[in-house]
Design a protein around this ligand. Structure first.
Ligand code: GLN
Length: 192
């Protein structure tokens, strides 16, 4: 079973995208729901709010345990921020799981271009992928173990470290399900 963290933000569209790929998906709001899933999407939204809700729902500890045990996870935008090693321009009470060795700057693309789209060549996909960036985080540092799958103007925007896939854009906001399908078959499938 695939889970989508459903505390806040764009979770419903991720559920639809996963179902469109032919997989079952559930919304995860409680430790009991988290225990049912083999892999998790952490969606875009507002990372500061999500971090507070993780504590409020008593999910932070159980999710950290699953991430440390190697559960496949796909973090998009705010989800990527929550998985990163460190956050610039975060709130003082905001932290992260450090599941992937990268540092991000929240809203790092600046206000004047805080939303944009780009046609990305992605190594795993044969045709470019239209990526939607909304107040996206910028990856400012990448560890040696992190593989870059796509970049915009030299800055990585889709990266992978083992079971952790992270995108600074929103793959759920276009009808193109190729990235979800690739994640489900190549990363989740290979890890289960
Ligand atoms: N700027 C948001 C944050 O800091 C992320 C934006 C998004 O997920 N679209 O959480």
């Amino acid at each position: 079973m695939i889970g989508v963290l459903a505390l806040q933000g764009g979770f419903a569209v991720h559920v639809e995208a996963i179902e469109a790929c032919g997989f079952d998906a559930i919304e995860v709001r409680t430790p009991a729901q988290l225990a049912e899933v083999d892999a998790l999407v952490m969606p875009g939204g507002e990372s500061t709010t999500m971090w507070k809700l993780l504590a409020f729902q008593e999910l932070e500890g159980p999710l950290r345990e699953r991430l440390e045990a190697g559960m496949p996870v796909f973090g998009t935008c705010a989800g990527m921020i929550l998985l990163s090693a460190s956050i610039s321009d975060g709130r003082a009470d905001q932290s992260s799981f450090a599941s992937i060795d990268l540092d991000v700057r929240r809203n790092g693309y600046g206000r004047q271009v805080d939303s944009f789209e780009a046609d990305l060549p992605i190594a795993a996909l044969d045709e470019p992928y239209r990526a939607v960036f909304i107040r996206a985080p910028v990856i400012e540092r990448l560890g040696d173990g992190v593989e870059v799958l796509a970049s915009v103007d030299g800055t990585p925007v889709l990266v992978r470290q083992g079971p952790v896939l992270a995108a600074s854009f929103h793959p759920e906001l276009t009808p193109d399900t190729r990235l979800h399908r690739w994640w489900l078959t190549e990363i989740v499938g290979a890890s289960s």
